[in-house]
Design a protein around this ligand. Structure first.
Ligand code: PLP
Length: 395
């Protein structure tokens, strides 16, 4: 077979303001490029211990079983589901977007008897309706998405664990997009199994999925009658590698773990509270700018995620052409709508490293130009001016 050797990787510098991945800090890229060591090298074992300590800090938990699954956020979802669910177990999944839908698919594949509680895109669930469904269905596990990246809706969790535990069920939560961009209080809120991903507000390339399991969840895993259906994700084996015995399970993606280590150091250096308020401030400024351009959020005020801004495509605007122009002319990536709102919404991410005033102002200026080029009449400069006014009057 004949072939020619392709050119080496020379990826362009983008500004990643979509639904993920987000921009990575140069310190994370530098950590990824450090020499690979063995997965039982004393140096790497120390890195693993430090990762667990930092992950507990970011998840705000003291859960012993807290680690990074080798795979992206979706594998974190599979890991949580497959460890808690035995074939025939009932699971209630709250579906108000793509990722809730994915969770119910994963649960069914794991052999759960799945029931769903459904809401329209952009809406969230109340504790009372979940309590009612738990009383009616007696699920072993209730699954819910904290930050529904497909819709931009922010699910309050504070009261949910209580109603789930009242029904003797476990609460499984998707925090892929929320972790490190908005509060996730695993212990404070009583969450039992929580997964995230590295590529959203942790601002690390995709490839690892932080997970944490409460004591209650660990007991449920230890009480299982059947083997965990996935060999790779079996926490009763994976925990031995991350724990004291250091038993070989699979070879950890060494360099990806270096990257996560540096990303977590950056999060903790900034401080969780500062990081959350930075995300809020940039979201408020972007919102003020979009409003001045006549662009509306697709999610009600009060439920809007700070790191994922979902807005309606302005009338008469071709969203594919708009996103191509942003990418080609300005190097800015944003996302389009998914599922029933495909072609009708734009998803603007302000995640982790990408949540900056620089990006907000640049994006608004570039967006104006694209909208003008498509013939939209707008008050030129109004978006940037409104965002600047917000920054100047802000905290
Ligand atoms: C991105 C995302 C996932 C999936 O993560 P991948 O890294 O794409 O596998 C799951 N849930 C939510 C809410 C997400 O935003």
């Amino acid at each position: 077979m004949s072939y020619s050797i392709p050119a080496p990787i020379n990826s362009p510098q983008r500004i990643l303001m979509g639904p993920g991945p987000s921009d990575t800090h140069p310190r994370v890229l530098a950590a990824l490029a450090r020499p690979t060591v063995g997965h039982l090298d004393p140096y790497f074992l120390q890195i693993m211990d430090e990762l667990q300590t930092m992950l507990r800090a970011v998840f705000q938990t003291s859960n012993a079983l807290t680690l990074a699954v080798s795979g992206t956020g979706s594998l974190g979802m599979e890991a949580c589901v497959v460890n808690l669910i035995e074939p025939g177990d009932r699971m209630l999944v709250c579906v108000n977007g793509v990722f809730g839908g994915r969770m119910s698919d994963v649960a069914a594949r794991a052999g759960a008897q799945v029931s769903t509680l459904e809401r329209d895109y952009g809406e969230v669930f109340g504790a009372e309706e979940i309590a009612e469904a738990v009383r009616r269905l007696h699920p072993k596990v209730v699954g819910i998405v904290h930050a529904e990246t497909s819709t931009g809706a922010w699910q309050p969790l504070q009261e949910i664990a209580e109603v789930v535990h009242a029904g003797d069920a476990l609460l499984l939560v998707d925090c892929v997009t929320s972790l490190a961009g908005a509060p996730v209080e695993v212990d404070g809120w009583g969450l039992d199994a929580v997964y995230s991903g590295t590529q959203k507000c942790l601002s690390c390339p995709p490839g690892l999925a932080p997970v944490t399991f409460s004591q209650r969840a660990v007991e449920a895993i230890d009480r299982r009658q059947s083997k965990i259906a996935s060999w790779y994700l079996d926490m009763t084996m994976v925990r031995n590698y991350w724990g004291e015995s250091r038993a070989y399970h699979h070879t950890a993606p060494i360099n990806s773990n270096y990257g996560l280590h540096e990303a977590l150091r950056l999060v903790l250096e900034e401080g969780l509270e500062h990081r959350f308020s930075r995300h809020r401030r940039n979201h408020e400024a972007l919102k003020a700018g979009l409003k001045a351009l006549g662009i509306e959020y697709s999610v009600a005020e009060g439920l809007q995620l700070p790191m994922l801004n979902s807005v309606w495509v302005p009338k008469g605007i071709d969203d594919v052409a708009l996103r191509s122009q942003l990418l080609n002319d300005y190097g800015i990536e944003i996302g389009g709508g998914l599922g029933p709102v495909k072609g009708r919404t734009l998803r603007i991410g302000l995640m982790g490293e990408a949540s900056t005033a620089r990006n907000v102002l640049l994006f608004l200026a570039a967006l104006e130009r694209c909208l003008l080029d498509q013939g939209l009449r707008l008050d030129c400069g109004a978006g940037v001016a409104a965002a600047n006014a917000k920054y100047r009057n802000g905290e």
